[in-house]
Write a protein that binds this ligand. Sequence first.
Ligand code: RFL
Ligand code: PHB
Length: 391
Amino acid sequence: MRTTVGIIGAGPAGLLLARLLHRAGIESVVLESRDRDHVERRQRAGVLEQGTVDVLRAAGAGARLDREGLRHDGIELRFDRRRHRVDLAGLTGGRSVTVYAQTEICKDLIALQLAGGGPLLFEAEAVGVEGADTTSPRVRFRHQGREKVLECDYIAGCDGFWGVSRPSLPAGTGHVFERSYPYAWLGVLADVPPSHGELVYARHRRGFALLSMRTPAVSRLYLQVPEGTDARQWSDEEIWRELELRFETDDDWTLRRGPVTQKSVTPMRSFVHEPMRYGRLFLAGDAAHIVPPAGAKGLNLAVGDVVVLARALAHRRQTGSDALLDAYSATCLRRVWQAERFSHDMTTLLHRAPDATPFEGRLQLARLDRLTSSRAAGTDLAEAYTGFPLE
Ligand code: RFL
Ligand code: PHB
């Protein structure tokens, strides 16, 4: 098998890249290790920056997003039993975010790809990348019980944090910057209308809690839990009780309960691999970097990376120049590090570390007080939350 761009992974990064390349007249083949059903059901992100929505629309993947996506002009920060709205749109001259699940983006992009794009192979697991430092890199993969080779001009490693692309880089060709956090998120999906019209980020001495949503009828809720927690340790009753405690306010707000349909635990880490390129292998999305989810940035970063990569490949095709490909890593990393900074700030602002001192607790409250009482501080948060420009 031969193609121009071999794409490993059919998460949002790989699927959108295939779509953007197709629109630019560049051939690609997508290899995905899991089956279609798994990719379409994996519960993850929910918040899209304005720029992400614009990219999906321009790629022809915005029809259902425009019908079903929920536009949010603000978020709530909750602490000390009080509620504070951050007016995202008012502070940024009209920028907002859209709640539309990652599962739905993947469904939309898969349908487009299968209807008119290049090959997308499910249950095709890449096992190695070879010749990344030559002009004819190859992906070795297993499909239908056989080992096969995909010969390419370029390879896009869009295979997430646990994929094969990054580990296939020769030792010593890059640097990793990382930190882990001593807590995790227990996420639940519940068949109950969200108890508030906007996302609620709650700081509580018992730990962080987040109220989000998928649709007007489905809530998505998260609780900070100790690192290493097994989701089965928490009964539904315990989850609702803990959420009620952490979201409690002095006014008459109440949390609506409903049947829990899914439960899972997500560990928390910050991670960046630099550079995001080795020869003709380009890393994009979670394969190159991870942010803790409190900033809602992971999916948005993945989208930004592939926009930059598709543009660079199209430029190369039109002009023969490698200039944009050579700039790929530096262009992406500037935005990546802003997202790393913001996600780290949101994480440490809202979570309770197991060894936190009372002094640190007071500092969190002082930071929250500042964010909700100073227009300058609020604007800084609102600009970061609604998204940094692609370049
Ligand atoms: P993905 O989505 O992990 O996709 C990688 C794909 O590669 C496949 N793969 C392979 N295929 C072939 N051969 C191999 N050897 C392969 N190895 C792996 C995998 O099966 C998979 O299909 O990475 P991508 O495309 O870079 O997308 C990144 C996003 O998924 C991720 O950043 C976000 O989900 C992060 N995230 C959030 N991001 C946001 O922007 N806003 C949010 O609100 C948000 N909330 C979240 C999140 C992530 C969470 N979890 C579970 C980590 C909330 C949570 C709880
Ligand atoms: C989600 O809806 O899954 C979600 C929302 C906001 C975040 C993280 C996850 O910061």
